[in-house]
Ligand binder design. Sequence first.
Ligand code: SAM
Ligand code: SF4
Length: 483
Amino acid sequence: MTHHHHPMIPLREIDPSQSFIDDAAIWAQLDQITNPSQTQVEAVLEKGRQAQGLSLADTAVLLQNSDPALDEQLFAAAREIKDAIYGNRMVLFAPLYVSNHCANACAYCAFNADNHQLKRKTLKADEIDQEVSVLLSKGHKRLLAVYGEHPRNSAERIVDSIRTMYATRLAAKDGEGHAIRRINVNCAPMDTEDFRTLKTAQIGTYQCFQETYHRDTYEQVHTKGKKKDYLYRLYAMHRAMEAGIDDVGIGALFGLYDHKFELLALLQHAQQLETDYGVGPHTISFPRIEPAQGSDLSEQPPHAIDDHTFKKIVAILRLAVPYTGLILSTRETPEIRRELINMGVSQISAASRTYPGAYAAAETEREDEQQFTLGDHREIDEVIHDLVTNLDSIPSFCTGCYRKGRTGDHFMGLAKQKFIRTFCQPNALITFREYLNEFASERTREAGNALIEKELEAMTPARAKNVRKCLDKTDQGQRDIYL
Ligand code: SAM
Ligand code: SF4
């Protein structure tokens, strides 16, 4: 488990009554370059390829470009960065909805307190255990635990539910059993004291999305409950870090407001955490609004973005924050997921269901219990087969860094690339082999082992030899080997 338990000391004085989102600066950047020239765009792309990140002004140039040929160059540059830094690994996880009880009234979400059509449920320990057993039996090792904001979902209850998830065992041949190895959490923001409590559950990343960084819009779509308070949510990650949670995930819900504004604001948020604590966010999420029961807004989002714009957002993020993980959910269809995976997404969920108790239930979707409609209904084995055969991508179930206490880490440039070759790539192969041996279909096992072989051949002989040893041990039945 993690070895870091230190609160993080802010590097400057924090004033949580003052927004750090600078609207004027964002609009100034966008107004300055309304129609960038080819030379300007190409200069920014060249900068992006150096993998040093981009300034707000650079990012604005890419956002304002409307030449489709230059957008294609942008996509190619994102692919280059992804290949150079991350290689072809893809981390897989499944969301676990623990509770759809919610006291807030977010205009876009089916869990909103005014949706009386929704059947409410908060899982008890034995129900959580059942859900986790089903996910383990499919080969999952990483979860994202999700909760509505409700007194039922206090920090203590959340901690209890996470302990239950970690404790669940799926029987295996050797008797030791399979267990979940990392649990990230998406729940309402807390005060620092409660974040300290949450930290005791050995969580991975704490996720909380600002939804929209535009304050007026924020106040229009959040009319009830604690979530009404824009600044309280904006400083959530500051409080989490103060409580010693150094692994945080930020995000915006695209469709509520101008996507260009949201993207630049996300970067301001990332920069602020960097300035204040010396560590940026571990991940960024960019959900698009999907149709949700009891939400008119979700049927026709005021600032809906098309697929091309969505691809641009992901590609620009890849260049702007090359070392930050990018998360993609099953809100999107398999086709779009395939394209985005190539452009720098580093984690995807698979075979998700978005209501409490869903995995043990027979139906994939339940209109009257789920949070939103899904775009990708494939089983995990099918997603993995697709990753391996169509995208040359290695599904990774690795959780090594987190368990060796290598969190909140912050390697840049060559150091990061070396780190990935030394740890991440080998660990991906070893954990993938474990999946192939125990959970995969015949066709996925064949395709997967062929890809592992190909990867070994591309490694230095010394490294390949070392990894082969670990793979052999895995084949002999040892589990959970990682570097
Ligand atoms: N209740 C907590 C909160 O609001 O932060 C955590 C759980 S909430 C279910 C997780 C995220 O789902 C929200 O932050 C929001 O971005 C996203 N979401 C809500 N409604 C959605 C919709 N209709 N389509 C896509 N994503 C949605
Ligand atoms: Fe509740 Fe979160 Fe849904 Fe808002 S987004 S209604 S807070 S579950």
